[in-house]
Ligand binder design. Structure first.
Ligand code: SF4
Length: 95
């Protein structure tokens, strides 16, 4: 194979990698801009459910919500969740 052909092949390979990289970046930007903000685990952003880390109503706290995951998590809301927190998705634990 001549040097000229080798250079051309490298150029084509490089162009292909740039195109693939660009598509991946465009996909990430699309996901970040989609409607309600979701995080990697597909949970809801705290702001989208008006999460507060201190409830105003002691009867409705994260640690007595059906979605609570001890010690500091939630099944549907992303990030660190305080046991005494609250959000509009609060629902009582059954039983
Ligand atoms: S109130 Fe329930 S749904 Fe809302 S953040 Fe707390 S545990 Fe999650």
């Amino acid at each position: 194979m001549s040097q000229q052909n080798d250079k051309t092949r490298r150029g084509i390979l490089k162009a292909g990698l740039v195109a693939v990289g660009g598509a991946a970046a465009a996909g990430a930007a699309h996901a970040a801009g989609a409607g309600v903000q979701h995080f990697a685990q597909d949970k809801i952003a705290p702001a989208a459910v008006q999460y507060v880390d201190k409830t105003k109503n002691p009867a409705q706290r994260c640690d007595n919500c059906v979605n609570w995951e001890a010690p500091a998590g939630c099944k549907i809301v992303s990030g660190k969740i305080a046991p005494e927190g609250w959000c509009i998705a609060w629902a009582p634990k059954s039983g």
